[in-house]
Design a protein around this ligand. Sequence first.
Ligand code: DQQ
Length: 480
Amino acid sequence: MAGAVPLAAGAAPAPASKLAADPHRPQYHLLPAANWMNDPNGPIYWQGKYHMFYQYNPNGAYWGDMHWAHAVSEDMVRWKHLPMALAPTPGGPDKDGVFSGCAVIDNGGVTAIYTSVNPETQSIATSGGDLTVWKKFAGNPVIATPPAGLEVAGFRDPAVWKEGDTWLMAVGSGFRGKGGAVLLYESKDLRHWNYLHPLITGRMKTGTSAKDPVDSGEMWECPDFFPLGDKHLLIYSTERVVKYMLGGYADRQLKPETLGGIDYGSYYAARTMTNTGTNTGDRRILWGWLTEGRSAEAQRAAGWSGVMSLPRELKLLGVQVQMRPAAELETLRGKRLEADNVAGDCLEIQAEIDPGDAPQAGLKLRIAPDRSEQTLVYYDRDQRLICVDRSQSSTDRSADRGMQSGPFMLGRGEPLRLRIFLDGSVIEIFANDRFCLSARVYPAGPRSTGVALYASGGTAQMVKFEAWEMRPISPDRLTS
Ligand code: DQQ
């Protein structure tokens, strides 16, 4: 895909051979052939294929000049890059960037709804067939200003769905000094929109004001809103994490009952799609941007930045949001590894651990033969957390070393069930189908690939353990 996009003058592309040899570059996650990517945009199942668009900078491995890049897949796992879908139009409302948004099926084709900048307004573009040719609507922007009388902290990242014959749009927003919000619009034709009211307004903690309203929670980015079981789920990104509200939906307002985290690690700007029309049932699939954990200089030097998460299936179990890796990922499993001989950086691991009397129990990953590097993933019984300790993940001091953690509690007698995907610098962790944390680590040693049980302060027991080598998704992924 990057090959189809001219690089900006002066930008030197990282040679494909360098990228291919980079041990930190994932092998079975979707990412562009080079350069920067961030948010998933408009994932959609259309005419028998899954299409993924995402924020992309063709000029290098840094954020800027936002485009919508495009990839297609038959199974949500193996991807083929296609030419750039949407680029800024000089002199147009999106001249300074085609920011995040969604895609819906309408009128025999696909309509993308996205944010144009500057200023932030909402625009649309239409396509059909293989979705490689897009036409921007001549009347863009379709929403030219935030609602009259509202002083908003931001106005972007539309999510659109249909109720009966009415289209609804949720726009990420918020109010300075108060909190984030999702603004709700309605339309009959995707072109003319009426503002209704906030779908939901958040209340920020007092005294948290920051320069950037996203850091303080005064601005919610990338909302997505949909039915899940007999409830509705809102996901939104703020304060560098993806949160959710689960509740009822009445009078076109969300009545939240439960709040939670979608992922407590290096994961942002999540967005979902349905599998409606596939032969695998009507599933709700979540995608997110795996952010980097190393310096901007290190990213530029590497020539790439950002990775798409693995597809995650969401379900409602009682009042619990269940999150599981999509079953299609099992088709990537290669050689099965014996428990006493597991090593690698391109693996799926399933471990069931009885923490016993150990206040901390889990796994050590990416262990160096001389123990100079290792990453700990464990349940902390007393603190009721799942933690990823990256303090010894890399001897390279430019890599993030911070602890990552999120709230989690095992029931009485419930074992810790970890499902972990290792892929270069990516560690995607699923615990007991109800907790996720995606971490990025950059071990410097080529042989930092060991895996072992971890327990501290007591004795834990491995009840079950299975692991597989994972196959790279496409030999052309690195250069196409
Ligand atoms: N990224 C996009 C915005 C969005 C942010 C710009 C979230 O539309 O708010 O690249 O990562």
